[in-house]
Every structure is written in C-alpha cells, then in structure tokens.
Design a protein around this ligand. Structure first.
Ligand code: GLN
Length: 291
C-alpha cells in the first residue's frame, strides 16, 4: 500500500469503523499520528506527505493490536482528560469523560475558598486531583492515595509532567481501611472508587474487562463496598464543613446518597454528567470536630 497520510487515514478509519470502533475518525487520527511520531496538531498540515515503509509496518502492528480489543489509550500510553494529557499504563483505569463531573464538583466547592487540602482517594493515574490542582490556586494542595504501587508511580509521573510535584503527594492508603491519621485533615475528599458489581465484570466490553485493572473496577457484590467503607473510615479525615464527593455508576446515586445520609453527612447533592446520568454524589460533614 502506497499512499499519502490522508489516504492511509481514510482506509484506517473505514477499517476501524467496520470493526465496530465507535469513534473511528478520532482513533484513526490518534493511531496514525502515534505511528508517524508526529504531534496530533501537525496531522492536517502533513496530510499530503507519503509514508515510509517502516511507518506503514508500525501502523499495521498498532492496528492489529487495536482490532484485537486493546484500548487506544494503552497503545499510545497517554490520554486526555479535562483538557490535560495524562501518562497511562495498563495498571491504571483510563480516565473517562464522565469523571469530569467529579472535577467540576470539586472546583465548585473551592470557588468560595482560597486555600485548603484535597484527598484524591483511589487516585489511579491521578487525573482527578491533577485536574483540580491545575484549575485552583497554588495555595491548594492534594494528597493522592491508592493501594496500587503502579498507580502511585503513574500519579507521580503525571505530577512531574504537569509541574505539580510541590503541591501533590502520592501515598499508599487502602480506601477500605481507616484513614492514616498522619495524613491530617482535608477540606475536600474526591473519590472515583471501583464500583462495578463483581458479577457484572464478565459482561463488560472486551477492551475494559480484558485490558483494564479489575482492582480499579470491582466494587464487591453490589458494587457499593467502597462507598460504605469510605463514608465511615474517612469522615474524621474531613474538616468541619469539609465535603466528600463520590463518582458512582449508572443507577447507584440513590444508594450512595442513602449511605451518606446514614452516616450523618448533610447537604447531600447529586450531579449529572454530560450525558444526563446521575454521576456524582456529594455530602458535607457539618458537626464540629471532636476536641
Ligand atoms: N466508569 C468505569 C466503567 O464503567 C468504572 C470506573 C469505576 O469502577 N470506578 O468502566
């Protein structure tokens, strides 16, 4: 096959579409730019150039990985979230656009505050806390907690990439266990914990169930294990008037709301994502801290 970047792009787009890839135009462009080692922004101005044989060979290999189900984000090793590009490995969840609602909730909370501390619990790639820090003043910092060593290493790389190492600290902390008191108090805890019911995991898309870490997806029998544990274990880690903000799965918001209510959180709110799904549940710890 000899052709210009533009010809190869059209063939690739059609082939991906034929294999049921939903965002074929976007994926074709990303794969091609990655195979050619050119920045995505230069794609259009180079569309009339021809490809070298090695570039075509590289593209064929990448394409066959994608067609077997490997997510594009794993192939290219990075992914965009909240208009920022994050480094990714197969050991962390790929950031979803739904999760931008969690960032919006955190930014709204800080619209009335100049300073404070955030905990990003079950941080994975660190995308939620980093998107918050990038959009908040330097007086606000974030602790990134996960049980996975790999997630903490990826978060650290992303903090370096976004020049935030002075405001972000990755720490090992299991969300199902009591919060290490040495971490101090937080004005805001954001968490996108694993929430898929264990029995639903085999039904997930191949690109998710065969390629993404189950430890970031499996929320126990009813999918709610992490909400119950965090609502109890991390309440004392919130300051007075501190807010806990959870992402949840489709249909789980009423149950998460109930968990927060049972545990004495107040001013509970549910926010919808850009598709209209109830995606984020927030609650405030209002009683004064114990002396
Ligand atoms: N939103 C992810 C999915 O549907 C799950 C993320 C999670 O469990 N926190 O695949």
């Amino acid at each position: 096959m000899v052709g210009t970047i533009s010809d190869v792009y059209l063939d690739l787009r059609n082939e991906l579409r034929h294999h049921g890839v939903t965002s074929a135009p976007l994926e074709a462009k990303e794969l091609l730019a990655f195979a050619l080692e050119i920045p995505r922004a230069e794609f259009n101005e180079r569309s009339g150039s021809y490809l070298f044989d090695e570039q075509l060979k590289r593209l064929e290999e990448l394409k066959s990985r994608r067609l077997k189900g490997e997510p594009l984000a794993h192939i290219i090793g990075e992914w965009d979230f909240y208009s920022l590009t994050f480094i990714l490995t197969p050991g962390v969840l790929i950031p979803r656009p739904d999760t931008e609602t969690l960032v919006d909730a955190g930014l709204a909370f800080f619209s009335r505050r100049e300073r404070g501390r955030i905990l990003d619990l079950c941080c994975g790639s660190g995308c939620v806390g980093i998107a918050l820090l990038k959009n908040l003043p330097d007086t606000i910092s974030c602790v990134f907690a996960d049980t996975s060593e790999e997630a903490l290493a990826v978060t650290k790389e992303n903090l370096v990439r976004h020049r935030l190492t002075f405001r972000g600290l990755p720490v090992a902390q299991n969300a199902l266990e009591p919060c290490d008191q040495a971490l101090g108090k937080f004005n805001l805890i954001v968490s996108n914990p694993p929430y898929i019911p264990t029995g639903d995991i085999p039904e997930l898309d191949v690109s998710v169930k065969d390629y993404e870490p189950h430890e970031a997806l499996d929320g126990g029998t009813d999918g709610l294990d992490f909400y119950r544990a965090i609502a109890v274990n991390f309440k004392d880690a919130l300051t007075k008037n501190g807010m806990l903000a959870f992402e949840c799965g489709m249909g789980q918001a009423p149950q998460v709301e109930e968990i927060l209510r049972e545990n004495g959180y107040e001013d509970i709110r549910i926010l919808r994502d850009f598709t209209g799904v109830e995606r984020v549940v927030t609650g405030v710890r209002t009683p004064p801290e114990k002396a």
